[in-house]
Design a protein around this ligand. Structure first.
Ligand code: GLC
Length: 753
């Protein structure tokens, strides 16, 4: 090529590059549109974007006296409502959206939020059960399907995932999270957000996700919902914050929800340290923050705000961008700006965050893109969704005990008894936070056994609850009526094996559903012991929303299966596991205590100065109960057996450490195993837990198959946050354990220079 042509080509390339620069990229283009729209908005219209109303149907919190339907309609038509929640169905969303888009001056579309927590209409297992699968691919797919069904019903924003870490099974909302561990909870939170948001938020079948509840909600004292939270900065930075930070760094989550509780004496909804210093400052979050249901107004009861006007001032200045059901912003923000108590620039920053998400969702291009009744009919309960829900359910089941290989049962087995009212319950398996799910739509355990072709006889044994069970009434647990025992005992007497389905009602966990006792509710324990007296060959199938103290069962019953609340496909999943069509591979995401007196109990504790056990009394223990858990974090059995050999550690340049182990399936059937890696930083500038999960890999092995698992640890896994919130990696000795649970594996150590 001659010189002249080469120079011409060079000039053309330069011009092309300049042209690219001048065309704003997606994000920049949206920012320009947001600025242009903001410049046209009145102060009232700006405040409207910071206001969310509940739909005219169900409430998911205390229904306020304010905001009657007439007000809401007028406010929507005036462009004073940026969002609604709990609006059901594409047709209803279309109606509400039309009011906003067609009647208001600027026609700004609303964003429609909903609690899409574990499925939408097709319900997947409760989140704690999904976490027990440790299967990130399946969990992401579960969220993807939830988004497809929710968006088919007009929803474009879910208030999920809940990424609150909790170590307290008394707290009703443990069912809604991913358990006690920060590393597992972070990975699962990212998977869920990726499932909801997909790789194109403007697509009609993806929805904005919401990392909640920021922050510390799972540490409510005494496991009582809404109760005081009082944690130190090391716990905040190393245990509570990481899943939220991962939601931003690894999944670009579009919204956050703050929480009901105080942190360092200041309610999260007005907490500048949380929302401005950390979230929007240090972490650079560019989405928006919504309050929890009336969490703003509740600052009055907390003793932090003197009235609703003060609520609006404190929440907005504290970094909360949108008000869910406190009616504080809509009533007081305009006056507060005029009085100079809230700067208009603060309002502008909040409104830009809200508008940006709406643009990214494509709502300005087509406000009705999610309102497609045809899609709604085609996609809700789609067969593919049912199949995925079944797969997710099977993967969530944890085998806790299997003495003498009582399980799997043989279909040909004669005289199978099934006892327990939960076996015939089509509603409890749906769990709490089923919002759009239709009651009584689960495949019950009995229906699953029927479909699997199992011959059995059933006896209820005893009612679990009496009285109304509709959300959100208190449940009346049956503690007196044992009239069904006689029939159950007679059936057990004449049976070879007894499958007992016991546990909690579907609404016996969830928000506002704390328990001070973690045993089998009602008369179930008595029923279990009465049956055991006449037939010891019991398979206990647990149906529950939280860890339970099933200590007696563990000491007596030969086989125990943790079946949680597995959603729409419960019965099929339970049948396929009980009869060996599916080999269970779940691992506990949360420690099971022996006794509620041990709570909070979790695996990654700090060492005391007197680690036991000791012969004399001066060490951490109880005089009347073991200090060990009933079942540890990461525990779960299989119908086959896995052997671990050849643990190797290789400290590489650049503070990377390669850890490998060989796993062999030494049993006679194919199985999956979750290989877990735990680290212990033995001496550090702030004490570190005796072990922490820092890696896991789920593998499937044929009988006799061997596989080498390799983990590469980087500074991210080796480091920690000190008391000043600084991330540090310190040289020194590290302990390593790689194995099948947090208490069983091969151990070694290495020195980090
Ligand atoms: C509830 C919950 C929150 C939920 C919101 C809307 O009180 O705390 O998780 O998303 O209100 O239903």
């Amino acid at each position: 090529m001659n010189k002249g042509r080469f120079l011409m080509l060079l000039v053309c390339c330069q011009l092309f590059l300049l042209a690219c620069d001048s065309q704003p990229s997606g994000k920049d283009e949206i920012d320009v549109k947001v600025e242009n729209l903001l410049a046209q908005m009145t102060l009232e219209e700006k405040v409207g974007q910071m206001n969310q109303y509940n739909g005219f149907y169900d409430v998911t919190g205390p229904a306020p006296a304010e905001g009657d339907a007439k007000n809401k309609y007028e406010h929507i038509k005036s462009g004073w409502v940026g969002s609604m929640l709990n609006v059901r169905g594409a047709n209803e969303v279309r109606k509400m959206q039309s009011l906003a888009v067609d009647s208001s001056r600027l026609g700004i579309p609303m964003i429609f939020g909903f609690d899409v927590i574990h499925g939408h209409k097709t319900l997947s297992p409760i989140p704690l059960a999904e976490a027990a699968s440790w299967d990130l691919e399946a969990i992401e797919k579960s969220a993807r399907i939830a988004a497809i069904e929710a968006s088919a019903e007009g929803i474009n924003w879910t208030f999920a995932p809940m990424v609150d870490i909790s170590r307290d099974a008394r707290w009703g909302r443990v069912m809604e999270g991913a358990g006690e561990d920060t590393y597992l909870g972070s990975r699962i939170g990212v998977a869920r957000i990726n499932g909801f948001q997909g790789d194109d938020l403007s697509a009609h079948n993806t929805i904005a996700a919401c990392a909640k509840h920021f922050a510390g909600y799972g540490f409510a004292e005494a496991g009582m919902d809404y109760n005081t939270v009082d944690v130190g900065t090391v716990t905040l930075h190393n245990v509570i914050f990481p899943p939220f930070k991962a939601a931003i760094d690894e999944a670009d989550v579009k919204t956050f929800m703050n929480s009901f509780n105080i942190i360092n004496g200041i309610p999260a909804t007005a907490n500048k340290f949380l929302q401005r210093d950390i979230l929007k400052g240090e972490w650079g979050f560019d989405g928006f923050v919504i309050s929890d249901w009336s969490s703003g107004a509740e600052m009055i009861a907390h003793g932090y705000a003197k009235d609703l006007e003060h609520v609006a001032e404190l929440a907005t200045n504290g970094g909360s961008d949108m008000d869910m059901e406190s009616y504080a912003n809509i009533k007081h923000l305009v006056k507060l700006v005029e009085a100079g108590k809230v700067k208009e620039s603060t309002i502008d920053e909040a409104v830009k965050r809200v508008l940006r998400v709406k643009y990214e969702l494509g709502l300005f291009d087509d406000p009705f893109k999610y309102c497609d009744e045809t899609r709604e009919k085609e996609l809700i309960y789609h067969a593919d969704h049912m199949a995925a829900a079944l797969d997710m359910a099977k993967r969530s089941i944890v085998l806790l005990k299997n003495e003498n290989n009582v399980l799997p049962l043989a279909k040909e087995q004669k005289k199978i008894a099934v006892i327990g009212t939960l076996a015939d319950d089509k509603d409890s398996p749906l769990g709490n936070w089923r919002m759009a799910g239709e009651d009584n739509t689960a495949i019950s355990v009995l229906e699953g056994l029927d479909a699997y072709g199992v011959n059995y006889k059933y006896a209820e044994g005893a009612e679990l609850v009496t009285g109304p069970t509709a959300f959100p009434v208190e449940l009346e647990i049956n503690t007196t009526d044992k009239s069904g025992f006689k029939e159950a005992i007679a059936l057990a007497k004449q049976s070879e094996v007894v499958v007992m389905v016991l546990g909690e009602h579907g609404l016996h966990s969830g928000e506002g559903r704390g328990r001070a006792n973690l045993g089998l509710p009602g008369v179930q324990q008595e029923l279990l012991e009465a049956v055991y007296k006449v037939n010891k060959n019991i398979v206990l199938v647990l149906m529950n929303g939280r860890p339970l103290t099933i200590t007696w069962a563990d000491e007596h019953v030969p086989a125990i299966v943790e079946a949680w609340q597995l959603g729409t496909q419960t019965g099929h999943a339970v049948a396929q596991v009980l009869f060996g069509e599916y080999n269970p591979a779940g691992k506990l995401p949360m420690t099971f205590p022996r006794h509620v007196g041990q709570v909070p109990i979790y695996y990654n504790q700090y060492s005391s100065g007197r680690p036991g056990p000791k012969t004399e009394v001066f060490w951490p223990h109880y005089m009347d109960e073991s200090e060990k858990p009933l079942y540890p974090f990461g525990y779960g059995l299989s119908y086959t057996k896995f052997d671990y050999t050849d643990l190797n550690i290789n400290v590489l340049e650049g503070r990377k450490v390669e850890v490998s182990v060989v796993v062999t399936n030494s049993g006679d059937r194919v199985g999956e195993e979750v290989v877990q890696l735990y680290l212990h930083d033995k001496v550090a500038s702030v004490v570190r837990p005796v072990k922490e999960l820092k890696g896991f890999e789920k593998i499937s092995l044929e009988p006799s198959q061997t596989y080498k698992v390799v983990f590469t640890l980087s500074e991210k896994e080796l480091g920690f946050y000190n008391g000043q919130g600084e991330f540090v990696v310190e040289p020194g000795d590290f302990g390593v354990m790689v194995g099948t649970s947090s208490v069983e594996g091969l151990t070694s150590e290495f020195e980090l220079k």
